[in-house]
Design a protein around this ligand. Structure first.
Ligand code: AMP
Length: 217
């Protein structure tokens, strides 16, 4: 008997556009795991694993970790049982090589939807530069646009909020360049494969969420 296809939702878009925030909300709503390659890498850095040691300086400079390391890390994660019905990818794929490898691996009984989150450069820079992230659950806040109820404390789990080292302005500019050069071409690639829908993220997080859900459903 044929199983229902797995639903894979890929969130594409520049750093700071709100992928992480939306991924968490969609994950809760659809009961699908949220897989953020950035979060997995940061956890490896914190635990000082071999992968973490290799990735630390690359991430802090705002560059990309090698395709092989990232692909292995993602395939290891998505073969876990909680991904059986599907999952949400946040921050992967980020290069044409990653996208092609993923499409090849995922082609059996899988429905892929790529959501391209779009916002102007100035918007993403201002969102990243005031961003605060929870050390415990990775929830995202913003000093000005979405402040936590208590200073420096996560509303959800009580964890400590911090500014990511790669969210400093100089690194952000490099990350945006890296996005333009390496990741933006995926918009064309996924459009040609008829997998991509775009959402304007100049709206409030709730409006973006409503549109995203409508698209998925
Ligand atoms: P993010 O949390 O998605 O902004 O990712 C933080 C950093 O982790 C990026 O700037 C990269 O250095 C690294 N990273 C995350 N995902 C990938 C990926 N798919 N390919 C290469 N590097 C990645």
């Amino acid at each position: 008997m044929n199983k229902d296809p797995k639903l894979v939702i890929i969130l594409l878009g520049p750093p700071g556009v709100g992928k992480g925030t939306q991924a968490m909300k969609i994950s809760k709503e659809l009961k699908l795991p949220h897989i953020s390659t950035g979060d997995i890498l940061r956890a490896n850095i914190k635990e000082n694993t071999e992968l973490g040691k290799k990735a630390k300086s690359i991430i802090e400079a705002g560059n990309l970790v090698s395709d092989d390391l990232i692909n292995d890390m993602v395939f290891d994660r998505v073969k876990k049982q909680d991904c059986e019905k599907g999952y949400i990818l946040d921050g992967y794929p980020r290069t044409t090589a990653q996208a092609n490898t993923f499409l090849e691996e995922a082609k059996v009984n899988t429905k892929i939807l790529v959501i391209n989150f779009f916002a102007e450069n100035e918007t993403v820079v201002s969102r990243i530069c005031g961003r605060l992230v929870c050390k415990g659950c990775s929830a995202v806040f913003h000093q000005e646009f979405n402040p936590p109820k208590a200073d420096g404390v996560c509303d959800h789990c009580g964890g400590t909020l911090y500014q990511r080292p790669d969210d400093q302005k100089e690194t952000v500019m490099n990350r945006l360049e890296v996005y333009k050069k390496n990741t933006q071409p995926l918009i064309e690639l996924f459009t040609q494969k008829n997998l991509l829908k775009t959402i304007n993220c100049e709206q409030s997080p709730q409006e973006v969420f409503n549109e995203t859900l409508a698209l998925i459903r």
